[in-house]
Design a protein around this ligand. Structure first.
Ligand code: SF4
Length: 334
């Protein structure tokens, strides 16, 4: 009798299982139906497996270790952002550490700047404060200078003789022993046939427009004359100098040249002024008392690219808001 009961129970269980399997895809609407419960369980188990919270490490149920989000997660940076920043940082780092950037001595491109205050700040090696100066424009300029050098050397090869001297290391004046105080630079081009010194300016649209409108800046004009003097010292005849503006964006039709007669007195004046400013910095005692820099005449020429430019100077004397504005803020409550 007992054996018959067991057999009947087994058969009933078997029939129920077959019925469940056959109706799996036709689960009834009742949310508490056993088939629904099994389905929900399976679904939740899969979600738990594939959608685990990524930043919670449970080495103990009661003490989860929660790690801080990475910088990338915190700032919501995408992979594209990271690649762009990686390339930008390579450019910034290499620019900062290029010998040209590490060089402390002023060259012909800076020493003719019309602003005496800027030159005095250079003389005392004031800390730079302008974060707005991005290295990319000068990087592109340097790269195109190298390209022009290759073009000139190729042209000489094509001509079968040396017509152009490219990227020549030159000295505009010699000041003392061991080269200390010499004005040294790299002249872009000397045209032997024309006895002319050429200086490339690789410019963005705004600077190209400004040059078309107002002509080359004073510092550009002085710079090319300083190269003229340097070539003369090398023994080459110099009849003229020229600034050649090459647009960064645009076509070769946009290239513009500004020729001048060579004037050796420009180099004399720049040298005399430089020595006067060294004396002035000494007389004012700006090294010990940098706030005295405010007494030095300021002249605006692209202040936004000046390394000492600050809209809100901190009063140290090392930061300049431009001509006509106070370098030392008035004391509060005065
Ligand atoms: S910000 Fe302008 S005025 Fe001031 S030091 Fe520089 S160039 Fe001269």
């Amino acid at each position: 009798m007992t054996a018959l009961r067991i057999l009947a129970a087994t058969l009933a269980a078997l029939i129920a299982t077959i019925a469940l399997a056959a109706n799996w895809h036709r689960a009834p609407a009742d949310p508490h139906h056993p088939l629904k419960r099994v389905g929900r369980h399976l679904l939740h188990r899969r979600q738990r497996r594939h959608h685990r919270r990524p930043r919670v490490v449970r080495n103990h149920r009661r003490n989860p270790i929660v790690t801080a989000p990475s910088i990338q997660e915190h700032l919501h940076l995408t992979e594209a952002d990271l690649i762009a920043e990686q390339v930008a940082e390579i450019i910034r780092y290499e620019n900062r550490n290029h010998p040209r950037s590490l060089q402390k001595e002023l060259g012909p491109s800076e020493i003719g700047h019309p602003c005496s205050r800027k030159l005095v700040l250079h003389i005392i090696d004031a800390p730079e404060c302008n974060p707005g100066i991005d290295p990319l424009p000068s990087e592109i300029g340097i790269a195109y200078h190298a390209r022009m050098e290759r073009h000139l050397l190729a042209t000489n090869m094509r001509l079968g003789r040396e017509r152009y001297i490219a990227e020549q290391r030159v000295t505009t004046w010699y000041a003392g022993e061991n080269g200390a105080g010499d004005l040294v630079g790299s002249a872009d081009c000397y045209d032997i046939d024309e006895q002319r010194v050429l200086d490339w300016k690789i410019l963005g649209n705004t600077s190209m427009d400004a040059m078309r409108l107002h002509g080359p800046k004073v510092s550009y004009q002085r710079q090319v004359q300083l190269y003229g003097r340097a070539y003369e010292l090398l023994g080459y005849p110099v009849k003229s100098v020229a600034i050649v503006a090459i647009p960064k964006s645009g076509t070769t039709h946009g290239i513009k040249a500004y020729p001048y007669a060579y004037d050796p007195t420009v180099a004399d004046e720049v040298q005399a002024r430089w020595h006067q400013l060294i004396v002035l910095a000494d007389v004012l005692g700006v090294e010990k008392n940098p706030q005295m820099v405010a007494a030095v005449e300021a002249t605006a020429e692209t202040c936004e690219f000046c390394p000492f430019f600050s809209r809100k100077p901190d009063g140290s004397g090392y930061q300049c808001p431009g001509p006509g504005k106070p370098m030392i803020p008035a004391p509060t409550g005065a």
